[in-house]
Design a protein around this ligand. Structure first.
Ligand code: SAH
Length: 492
C-alpha cells in the first residue's frame, strides 16, 4: 500500500481530460501535473484516494520524446497553456485521441467504428499568437509595484506576464503603456481583498482583418481619471481604434460590468470570416461575412480555426438552398450567417439578448435577408409550434451540452440532419447517446484545435436520421467522469 509523501518512480502512459499525466504503479493510477506520456518520473504522493492518487513531479528521470521547452516563462503557474511542454503534433494527437476515447468510453460507441467515422483532426495553423482577445488582471506585487498578467490556476494570484504568446504582439506594449500612465497619474490597481483601487482588468481585442485593436478598461468607478493623458499616450499605438470603459463596482469574480462607455474612437471593431471550401480548406468560396465586435459580444477567439470549424459545419449541413436550418446557441449569428448563403431560411436562437441584437445588426450589415434571430433558451424556443420545421438543426452549446428537453424536441421534429458543434467531448458523448437512441446515426466527425497549448478540443459531428436504435444505452452517468474533476477542486 502507498502512503502520502511516499516517493515513487513511474512511467507516464496517458493524459487525463484535464491534461495531467497518468501513470500506474502496480496497476494503481497516479495523476501528475506537468508530466506527459513517455516521461519516466520520480514523484511524491500528495493525495491518496481509494482508487487513484495525486502525485507531484519531483524529477524527470527520462523525458518523453514528445517534450519540448515551454516558450513562456509563466508556464506551469499561469492557468492557461497546460500543454505547452508538449510538441504541437503530440498535442494534436492527444486531442484527437481524447475525442475517440471519450465517445467510446462515455458514449459506449465502438472504437473501430469511431476511427472509421473520423475524418481527420483539424490541427492549428498557428499554434501561437492566435487569440484575438485577452483579459489581463491588474494588481500589485509584494513590493507594491503594479503588475499585470494572468490569474494562477484556480486562484486569484496574478502571474506577471507582459507578453502572452497566444495573444497579439502589441498587447505587451499596450499594457506597459497603461502601467506607465497609472504610475504617472497615481491610479491604483484594484485590490480584491479590500475592494479598493481602480483598474481591475484590461480587455484587449484585435481584428485579424485589419489589425485594429480595442481597449476596454474594467474600472471600479464611474469615470476614468486622466483620460486625456491616456488617449495622448495611446497615439503611440496607432492600431488602437477604440477605447472603452466597463463599469464594475461590485466585489465579484465576474470580469466585465454591465455598463460599457465609449471614451475615445469607435464603439467596437470589425472582423470578417470567410467561408472556406474543400476538405483541406484550401479553397475560398465567395461568402465572406463581417462582424461588429463590441466589448461584451461573444466572438470566437481564434478566427483562423473558426473558419475551418464553420466550413466543416456548413459542409456537414449539406445544404442545397431549399432547407430551413435552425442554428441553436447561435451567439452573434456567425454560423447562421454562413449557412444562410445556401439555405432557404436560417433561424438562430440564443439566450443572451445583446448577442441577438448583434446578430440582427450583423445580418443587416451583411445584407442577409433569409435569417431570423430569436432570444430565448433553446429548449423553450424549439417547442414553439409556429416555427417552420427544420430539415437541418445545428447545435453549438456551452460546455454543459444540450438541455434534455432541447434534444427530445429535436428528435420529435425529426430533421434530416443534425450538426453538433461541441466544446466538451464528455457532454457530447452523453448527448450523442440520446440522439442515437432516438433514431440518429453518427455519420462523420472531425476534431478541431481552437485552443492550441490548452487541453481543450472542439468537435463537429454529422448525424442523420434513421430508425431508432433501441440497443443504445442513454442512462449515461457523467458523475464518474466528473468525480475526478470535483475531487481535484476540493483539493485546492
Ligand atoms: N455558435 C456561436 C456561439 C457558441 S457559444 C459561435 O460559434 O460563435 C454557446 C452560446 O450558447 C453562447 O452564446 C451562450 O450565450 C448560448 N447559450 C447558453 N445557454 C443557452 C440556452 N439554454 N439556449 C440558447 N443559447 C444558450
Amino acid at each position: 500500500m502507498y502512503n502520502k509523501n511516499d516517493i515513487i518512480d513511474i512511467e507516464i502512459t496517458g493524459l487525463t481530460s484535464e491534461g495531467e499525466g497518468i501513470g500506474r504503479s502496480d496497476g494503481f493510477p497516479f495523476f501528475v501535473k506537468g508530466a506527459i506520456p513517455g516521461d519516466v518520473i520520480r514523484a511524491g504522493i500528495t493525495k491518496l484516494k481509494k482508487t487513484y492518487a495525486y502525485a507531484r513531479l519531483i524529477e524527470l528521470l527520462k523525458p518523453s520524446g514528445d517534450r519540448c521547452e515551454p516558450l513562456c516563462p509563466a508556464f506551469g503557474r499561469c492557468g492557461g497553456c497546460r500543454l505547452m511542454h508538449m510538441k504541437y503534433e503530440a498535442q494534436a494527437k492527444y486531442k484527437e485521441e481524447k475525442i475517440i476515447d471519450t465517445l467510446s468510453r462515455i458514449g459506449g460507441m465502438d472504437r473501430e467504428k469511431l476511427e472509421e467515422l473520423n475524418e481527420g483532426f483539424i490541427s492549428a495553423v498557428s499554434p501561437l499568437r492566435y487569440r484575438n482577445k485577452a483579459q489581463y488582471p491588474f494588481g500589485k506585487d509584494k513590493n507594491g509595484d503594479i503588475v499585470f498578467g494572468f490569474f494562477e490556476s484556480r486562484s486569484h494570484r496574478i502571474v506577471p506576464c507582459g507578453d502572452c504568446l497566444l495573444g497579439g504582439v502589441e498587447d505587451g506594449k499596450l499594457l506597459l503603456l497603461l502601467k506607465d500612465w497609472m504610475e504617472e497619474n497615481g491610479i491604483e490597481p484594484y485590490d480584491e481583498q479590500s475592494g479598493k483601487g481602480f483598474i481591475r482588468h484590461a480587455l484587449i481585442r484585435r481584428s485579424r482583418e485589419n489589425g485594429d485593436m480595442m481597449l476596454c478598461l474594467v474600472i471600479n468607478g464611474k469615470k476614468l481619471p486622466a483620460a486625456d493623458a491616456l488617449i495622448e499616450r495611446l497615439a503611440g499605438i496607432p492600431s488602437v481604434k477604440s477605447v472603452m470603459i466597463s463599469i464594475n463596482t461590485k466585489n465579484t469574480n465576474v470580469i466585465m460590468g454591465e455598463e460599457c462607455r465609449l471614451i475615445w474612437g469607435e464603439p467596437g471593431i470589425r472582423d470578417s470570416l470567410r467561408l472556406l471550401d474543400g476538405k483541406d480548406f484550401s479553397e475560398i468560396s465567395g461568402v465572406k461575412r463581417e462582424f461588429f465586435i463590441s466589448p461584451l459580444s461573444f466572438y470566437q477567439v481564434n478566427p483562423e480555426q473558426t473558419e475551418r470549424l464553420y466550413a466543416t459545419a456548413v459542409s456537414y449541413a449539406g445544404l442545397s438552398g431549399n432547407e430551413t436550418v435552425w442554428d441553436l446557441y447561435c451567439g452573434i449569428g456567425t454560423i447562421s450567417l454562413m449557412m444562410a448563403a445556401n439555405a432557404k431560411e436560417v433561424i438562430g436562437v440564443e439566450i443572451v439578448p445583446q448577442a441577438i441584437a448583434d446578430a440582427k445588426e450583423n445580418a443587416r450589415f451583411n445584407g442577409v435577408k433569409n435569417v431570423r434571430f430569436i432570444v430565448g433558451a433553446a429548449e423553450e424556443v424549439v417547442t414553439d409550434e409556429s416555427l417552420p420545421r427544420p430539415q437541418v438543426v445545428v447545435v453549438d452549446p456551452p460546455r454543459k451540452g444540450c438541455d434534455r428537453i432541447c434534444l427530445d424536441t429535436i428528435l420529435k421534429l425529426s430533421p434530416d440532419r443534425i450538426v453538433y458543434v461541441s466544446c466538451d467531448p464528455a457532454t457530447l458523448a452523453r448527448d450523442l447517446s440520446i440522439l442515437r437512441s432516438g433514431g440518429y446515426e453518427l455519420k462523420r466527425f472531425r476534431g478541431c484545435d481552437m485552443f492550441a497549448q490548452s487541453h481543450h478540443v472542439e468537435t463537429v459531428c454529422l448525424l442523420s436520421n434513421r430508425k431508432p436504435d433501441t440497443k443504445v444505452r442513454i442512462d449515461v452517468d457523467l458523475e464518474d467522469y466528473y468525480r475526478i474533476k470535483d475531487s481535484k477542486k476540493n483539493q485546492n
